[in-house]
Design a protein around this ligand. Structure first.
Ligand code: HEC
Length: 257
C-alpha cells in the first residue's frame, strides 16, 4: 500500500495536478508499472546507459553478421542483448538527462522489442536496423514515452544476462583504473534490477511480495554502490558491494527459484 501511495504522489507532481480526479483514478490503475519502480536517475548515470547501448549494438552487429551462428545464439546472447536494449531504451526515455544524448529512448525500446524469441535472421537484422536508427537519433514516428517495466525482458534472459556480468565485474575489481567502461556492468545490473522488481510473476503467493521487493531493492542498491565504488577505484568497497549483490541473488533464489 505504501508503494501505491508513493506512486500516486508521484503522478500528482508529475502531471502538475492538472488532471481531473476521474482520469487520475483511471491512470493509477492502468499505469501502475508504467514508470520504473525506482527512479531511473537514482540508479543509472546517463553516460553508463549510453555506453551500454553502444556495447549491445556492437555485439548484435557481430552476432547478426554470422548467419551460420544465428540459430545457436538466437535464444541466448542475441535475445539477451535485445531484452537489455529494451530496458536501456526505457531507462533513457525516463531519464531526466535524456536530452543530452541523441539516442531516442522510447524508439530504441520499441525497436528492441520488435525482436521476438522466434525471429528469423532477417527479422532480427530488421530489428537491429531500427535499433541503430534510434541510437543515431533518426527514428521516425511517435514512440510512447511510457511502457510497463515488467514487459521489457523475460525473466530467463534477464537472469542469464545478470549472471554473465559476474566475471566481468570481478575482473574490473582486481584493478579498477577509472575507465568509462568499468562501472557500466554494475549499472547494467541496476537497470535490469528495475525490470526484475517490476516482474513479480514468479511470486506465487501474494504474501511473499514484500520478500521479492526486498531482494530486488537490495540487489539494485548494492549494484548502485558497486558502480560508485568502481568509479572511485575503491577495490575494498567494490568487493563489499559485489558480495552484497550476490547475497541478494542467493537469498532470492532460496525462496523463488
Ligand atoms: C528477486 C529475486 C532474484 C534475484 C535478486 C536474483 N534472481 Fe536469479 N532467479 C530468480 C528466479 C525467480 C529465477 C527462476 C526464473 C526462471 O525459471 O525463469 C532465477 C533464475 C536465475 C538463473 C537461471 C536462469 C533461469 O532463468 O533459469 C540464474 C543463472 C540466475 N538467476 C542468476 C542470478 C544472479 C547471478 C543474481 C544476482 C547477481 C540473481 N540471479 C538475482 C530470482 C532472482
Amino acid at each position: 500500500m505504501l508503494l501505491k501511495t508513493e506512486f500516486n504522489n508521484k503522478v500528482l507532481t508529475m502531471r502538475n495536478r492538472h488532471l481531473l480526479l476521474t482520469s487520475l483514478l483511471i491512470l493509477s490503475t492502468q499505469i501502475a508499472f508504467a514508470e520504473a519502480p525506482v527512479k531511473v536517475d537514482s540508479v543509472a548515470p546517463l553516460d553508463d546507459v549510453v555506453f551500454e547501448v553502444g556495447t549491445q549494438t556492437d555485439s548484435l552487429d557481430k552476432a547478426l553478421a554470422q548467419a551460420d551462428e544465428y540459430e545457436k545464439n538466437r535464444e541466448g546472447k542475441i535475445r539477451q542483448s535485445f531484452g537489455l536494449l529494451a530496458c536501456l531504451g526505457q531507462a533513457l526515455a525516463e531519464h531526466s538527462k535524456a536530452d543530452q544524448t541523441e539516442i531516442q529512448g522510447a524508439a530504441l525500446r520499441d525497436a528492441a522489442l520488435s525482436f521476438k524469441r522466434k525471429s528469423s535472421l532477417e527479422d532480427a537484422q530488421a530489428a537491429l536496423k531500427k535499433v541503430k536508427l534510434a541510437q543515431a537519433g533518426k527514428a521516425e514516428g511517435n514512440a510512447a514515452h511510457e511502457h510497463a517495466w515488467n514487459k521489457l525482458v523475460n525473466m530467463h534472459p534477464m537472469m542469464e544476462e545478470i549472471n554473465s556480468r559476474n566475471g566481468a565485474i570481478l575482473k574490473v575489481l582486481r584493478r579498477p583504473r577509472g575507465k568509462a567502461a568499468e562501472p557500466v556492468h554494475a549499472t547494467t545490473w541496476a537497470i535490469l534490477g528495475l525490470a526484475m522488481k517490476a516482474d513479480t510473476h514468479e511470486v506465487k503467493d501474494e504474501a511473499d511480495l514484500p520478500k521479492w521487493h526486498k531482494h530486488t531493492d537490495d540487489f539494485i542498491a548494492a549494484s548502485v554502490e558497486l558502480a560508485k565504488a568502481i568509479r572511485a577505484k575503491d577495490k575494498t568497497a567494490g568487493r563489499k558491494w559485489f558480495d552484497a549483490a550476490n547475497e541478494s541473488c542467493d537469498a532470492c533464489h532460496e525462496i523463488f527459484q
